[in-house]
Every structure is written in C-alpha cells, then in structure tokens.
Design a protein around this ligand. Structure first.
Ligand code: SF4
Length: 300
C-alpha cells in the first residue's frame, strides 16, 4: 500500500462482508429531495471543506461570502502533492500497459522507473518532495509489476482492458456532481474501485472530520448511481521526517446513520454561514490544518 492490487481489493471486500451496517432509507443519497438530506441553502460547499473542523462555520463565511483566499501551509501543499503523485503513478502504469505488450512485471517496473527519471529531470522540486516522489513511485512500480506477473500467470490471453483492470484495479480522481446534495459540482473521489469502493488518501492525522467528508462522497455516489455505499476506506499515509519513506494505515469505515447525520449537520452549518451576512466569529479551538489559520489566527 497505498497502491492497491487485486488481492487487496478481495481482502477489503472480505473485511466489509464481516462489518454489517444498517442504514435508514431517508439517509440514502438517492433521497436527496427529502429532509434531512434536502439542502436548505443554495450555496454549494466543497467536500474538502467538510474535512476541517471549524465549529462556528467561519471557514464557509470567509470562503463563500467574503471570497477570502486561503493561506494553506506547507503541510497542506505537501498533502496535495502526494495526491498528485499517486494519481500520476497510477495513470502512468495504465498508459504503459495500454501502449505496449509486456512479457513480465520486470518490464513494467523498468519502464515506470525510466518515466520517473524523465519526470524528475524536468521538474525543479524541493529535495523532500523529490524523496517523497521517489518513495511513492517506486512503491507503485513494485505493486503494479508484481500484479502484472500474477495476472500473466493466470492467463496470457486476456484482453488489454481486462488485463489493465486486474493489474491496476482503481480509478484515481473519479469525478462526481454533488449539487443535488448542496455540494460542489466538480467533486473528485481520490480513488474508486468499481463498482462502489471509495478510497480517500490522507497525510493528516486521523480525525472524525475526514470521515464526515468521506460520508459526503458516499452520499453523492448513492445520489448519482442509486447504488448503496455502506463502507469506504481511508488510507492514512505518514511520511518520515525526511520524506524518504512512509507508512500506510488503512481504516475501513462504516458510512452509518450517525456519520451521515454529522455530514448533514456540518453541511447545513457551513451553508448557513456562507449564505448569511454575519461573521460567526472564531471558535475556542481551530483545526490545526485549517487553510485559514493565516487569516484568522496569524498562522498559529
Ligand atoms: S482558522 Fe479557525 S475560525 Fe478561521 S476558518 Fe479555520 S477553524 Fe475557522
């Protein structure tokens, strides 16, 4: 991990089967047109904003009413970079598999390593970003190369589409439209394993707000496709201080009624503060990762 093989998908499916989850019909995404899911305001909130704790909702007031630019700190920039690398490594593996016939995983590993050297030779990245890039890219190359060997052992006569979907089982940055639920129209899920396994990557510490945002993705998916999503996965990726290595912690989550109701409460709080002309003020404690710390608390 964090790159999933087909075996990882089977492992997660088994885990999910062992985690039953009852969900009330009115809290399914396809019931967006009835309370409590029906949005009370017309403002569309970014799902990523739900992953920050701002108990007064000032975050929404600043972003949507006052149009204040966020001042994300270095940790948020690094997190965004990690998302891009995972997505790029995944799409590169797919494009290499589609564009040439490979006899074994070693060939894919070599081609991915060469592509990494090409990318790094033209990008002027800081040293820590280069180390993180190499660590992640190498993990992707190893995971997908090993998967290719397993798939080729299974059969040498798979169609190219079938082969690629077995070697690289997820789609990164899967697009959804969240407007019916009062959310942004250009929502992107970090990774989707068809048909319904939603996966979110996080370089922040585990917290409940991240889970609330994940519930938003599940509800939008239900709203769009009318397919139940009872579980989802968060992959917490923790880098060493010099960024040359990382550990991944996997959390399989129930998207249960209480999490769905927390989503509704937070969405409605943020939407109301985005709609009204009143500054709600600062809460007693601010989220240490909030992108507006530089605006509200002078970066502290
Ligand atoms: S810095 Fe504090 S008050 Fe300002 S938006 Fe963030 S959490 Fe809210």
């Amino acid at each position: 991990m964090p790159f999933y093989s087909y075996d990882d998908v089977l492992r997660i499916s088994k885990l999910i089967q062992e985690m039953p989850c009852e969900i009330s019909e009115e809290l399914r995404g396809w019931n967006w047109h009835n309370p409590p899911l029906l949005p009370a305001y017309t403002t569309q909130i970014n799902v990523s904003d739900l992953s920050f704790s701002c108990q007064t909702g000032r975050l929404a007031f600043l972003r949507y009413k006052m149009k204040v630019k966020e001042q994300g700190d270095e940790r948020l920039h690094f997190g965004s970079f990690i998302h891009k690398v995972i997505s790029m490594a995944t799409s590169t593996a797919k494009s290499l598999l589609y564009s040439s016939t490979m006899q074994n995983g070693g060939e894919l590993y070599e081609k991915m390593t060469k592509r990494m050297e090409d990318i790094l030779s033209v990008r002027g990245l800081p040293e820590s970003y280069i180390k993180a890039f190499k660590a992640l890219w190498n993990r992707a190359a190893l995971t997908y190369a090993s998967s290719l060997d397993k798939v080729l052992e299974l059969s040498k006569y798979l169609s190219i589409d079938g082969l690629v979907s077995r070697v690289v089982p997820w789609i990164c940055e899967f697009p959804l439209d969240g407007r019916l639920l009062g959310l942004n129209r250009a929502v992107r899920i970090d990774a989707l394993v068809p048909p319904t396994l939603i996966i979110e990557f996080k370089t922040r510490r585990p917290n409940r707000n991240v889970e609330v945002a994940l519930a938003a993705y599940a509800l939008i998916f239900e709203c769009s496709y009318r397919i139940p999503v009872n579980h989802a996965v968060i992959l917490y990726i923790e880098f060493a201080p010099d960024a040359s290595s990382f550990k991944t912690y996997e959390k399989v989550l129930r998207i249960d009624d209480s999490l769905r109701l927390e989503f509704v409460e937070k969405r409605d709080l943020y939407a109301s503060k985005a709609y009204l002309d009143v500054d709600p003020g600062l809460p007693a404690d601010c989220d240490p990762y909030c992108p507006y710390l530089g605006v509200c608390r002078d970066g502290r």
